[in-house]
Design a protein around this ligand. Sequence first.
Ligand SMILES: NC(=O)c1ccc[n+]([C@@H]2O[C@H](COP(=O)([O-])OP(=O)(O)OC[C@H]3O[C@@H](n4cnc5c(N)ncnc54)[C@H](O)[C@@H]3O)[C@@H](O)[C@H]2O)c1
Length: 350
Amino acid sequence: MKILVTGAAGFIGSYVCKRLLSRNDEVVGLDNLNNYYDVNLKYGRLDTLGISKENIDWYKFVGSSKYSSFRFVRMNLEDKQAMQMLFANEHFDKVVNLAAQAGVRYSIENPYAYVESNIDGFLNILEGCRHYEVKHLIYASSSSVYGLNGKVPFSEKDSIAHPVSLYAATKKSNELMAHTYSHLYGVPSTGLRFFTVYGPWGRPDMSPFLFADAMLHHRPIKVFNKGDMLRDFTYIDDIVEGVLRVIDNVPSPDFNWCAEMPDPSTSTAPYKIYNIGNSHPVRLMDFIQAIEEAIGHPAEKIFLPMQPGDVYQTNADTTALQNELGFKPDKPIKEGVKETIEWYRSFYQL
Ligand SMILES: NC(=O)c1ccc[n+]([C@@H]2O[C@H](COP(=O)([O-])OP(=O)(O)OC[C@H]3O[C@@H](n4cnc5c(N)ncnc54)[C@H](O)[C@@H]3O)[C@@H](O)[C@H]2O)c1
């Protein structure tokens, strides 16, 4: 199977590429290697895929020294012409769109970056899938689409009309845009709402990495909403297992779908939405304690109010993932944190 993975130098994308390559799929990885966070981490992830920094250039396909069926190209999703040519030349069977401007807090200061990558860029993905008959589009949504929803656990069957950040609004928009392409052109699409992903090679703008970095450098950590928050921290291997199962499970129209009581997670079109989360939300203070134990000393904490755009809790209902794909994320937090800290120490030689 020939698969395009966008965001291939990103946290989740690099792992997805590796898993696909290990089962002998042909993969083209795309990323613009932007500097939203330390770009050396992105080059480091690509290096694990056999792509060396020296060979990378805009629009140039680089072959992997480790995997004969992997090529990488540096490109912007929002580059309409380049994306059209990519789809026309490569004829992908499936597309996994993980490239996006991520992060809730950054969207407060940099709204345009979100519309360029997540809206304009996503439209180019949809157009490519439409015109070149891609058999399944899998794309990253986010738990942040649940916004002001207070009913927990968050279910894909709940309405999600109240996002509280532009980031969340672009992710919800992706789901809406995908539905129209599934409906109008029969492009089978599955949106994945990931819940706070952590693990080795994780994102430096996210709390697990920020906490570890501060604690290992003996700096105080910032604890928002005075630590009164719940997060469904999900280990990277669980996310990747979920993504792989979804890739192989092309959605078909739901003939039981009822227009009078519309289930938002399916449709008369080949369209599907899944939560992928650990479904065991952890108190922020307990997560910090797990990091303290893995590092071996307590953190100095600065307690701060809630940040604009943040939500009090995330909590995934993963019944659909379990019943339909036979998978339930289950990595215990202590184990996941220990592995993350071990990687962090070895990567940064601390
Ligand atoms: N990590 C999480 O906890 C989490 C939670 C919910 C949703 N998500 C979503 O999952 C996806 C992957 O997240 P991640 O944590 O791996 O993020 P990441 O930032 O590590 O990876 C995204 C990659 O996409 C690339 N990219 C961004 N804009 C691009 C563009 N316009 N053109 C080409 N490449 C571009 C970046 O350079 C980056 O390498 C994203 O869509 C994100 O919004 C992540």
